[in-house]
Design a protein. Sequence first.
Length: 232
Amino acid sequence: MALYKRVIGLLIRLVWFFVFAVCLWFSAREIRTWHQNREPLSLTLDTYVQKRPDVAWLSLSHCRINYTETTLVYKSGDPNSVEGYYVPVRTNFYDDSPVFVVKKIASREQIDLLEKLLSRDISEAESKKIALAHHDAFFREELISGLVIAGPGHDTPLRRKLAETRLELDPDFIVIDAGRKPTLKAGLLFLSCGLIALIIGISSFQPGKEVESNRGGEPEPDREEATPDEEP
C-alpha cells in the first residue's frame, strides 16, 4: 500500500512538472514572437509569394479574395462543430495556381454572412442568389494583417485538415490569422501558469511524509531510560 501511494505521488509530481515545461515552452514562443516582431513586415502579396520571408507578423496588400471559396475546418471528432473559416488569398480573381496564402476569417460580420452562404439547408441556386446580392462583400481587395499560425516545416493539425479540403494548396502554404497581433501578455500568462505548476510540484515533494508512510505511519514507542536508583 505504501509503495502504491509513493507511485501515485510521483506521477502527480511528474504531471505538474510536465505542465510547467509546456507552459514554459509556450511562454518562450510568445515572448520571442513579440520581441522579434514589433512591427509587421509590409509587402504586396505578389512580392511575398516571390520572396517568402520567414516572419511571424505580416501585412499584405493587393490581396484579392473570393469569399465564395471559403472552406470550413471542423473540430477533430466532431463533424458538426466548426473550428474556423478559411479562404484562399490570390493576386487576382482569375488566378487558378496553387494557393500560397490562406486567411483565417475573424470578422463576425463576415462569418455571419458566410454561414448563410455555406448553409447545408439551402440549395445551390439560393447560394448563388446570396452571392450576387452581396457581391461587394464576397469579392474584395484587402490589406491583410495578422500572425502566421501555420507554415511550411510544421506538420500541424490545421495544415493537415486544410490539405484535406477542396482547396488546391501550395506545399509551402501559410495561414494568416487576420487581425491577430503578437502580445507580451500571452507570454507572461503562460509563464505565470508554469511557475504556479512548478511551485505546486516542488511543494508536493515532502520527504518527511514519505519516510513516515514507509514506516506505516505509526510513531515509534518512547523508550524508558533506566535511572541510577533503579535496580537492574
